[in-house]
Design a protein around this ligand. Structure first.
Ligand code: SF4
Length: 94
C-alpha cells in the first residue's frame, strides 16, 4: 500500500473515531441533563410523571404529597393483605 493510501486511511479512522466519541459524549451529556432536570423538578415540587405514581421511576425517593399519599395507600393495602393471609392460614389450620 502506498504512503498516500495509508494517510487517507489513517485520516478516515481518525475522523471515524472523533465522530464516534463525539456522539457518545453528546448522548452522555443529554442523559446527565435529563437526569439532572428530573431531580431539579422534583426538588422544586413539580411532578415529572403526570401524577401517575405507579411505575414512576423515582417513586421510592419522591417526597411530593401525591407520592406520600400513594405510599400510605400502599402500606394500608399491604397491611390488609397480611391480615387476610393470616386469616386464611388460621382457617386452613382448623
Ligand atoms: S412519584 Fe408520583 S408524585 Fe412523584 S414524580 Fe412520580 S408521579 Fe409525580
Amino acid at each position: 500500500m502506498s504512503k498516500h493510501c495509508e494517510k487517507v486511511q489513517n485520516r478516515r479512522e481518525l475522523l471515524t473515531a472523533v465522530l464516534r466519541y463525539a456522539t457518545l459524549g453528546t448522548l452522555g451529556a443529554i442523559g446527565v441533563g435529563v437526569f439532572a432536570k428530573r431531580r431539579r423538578l422534583v426538588q422544586d415540587g413539580i411532578c415529572i410523571n403526570s401524577g401517575i405514581c405507579k411505575g414512576c421511576g423515582i417513586f421510592e425517593q419522591c417526597g411530593l404529597p401525591l407520592a406520600l399519599s400513594a405510599k400510605q395507600v400502599q402500606k394500608t393495602e399491604n397491611r390488609e393483605q397480611k391480615t387476610e393471609n393470616r386469616g386464611q392460614t388460621l382457617i386452613s389450620d382448623i
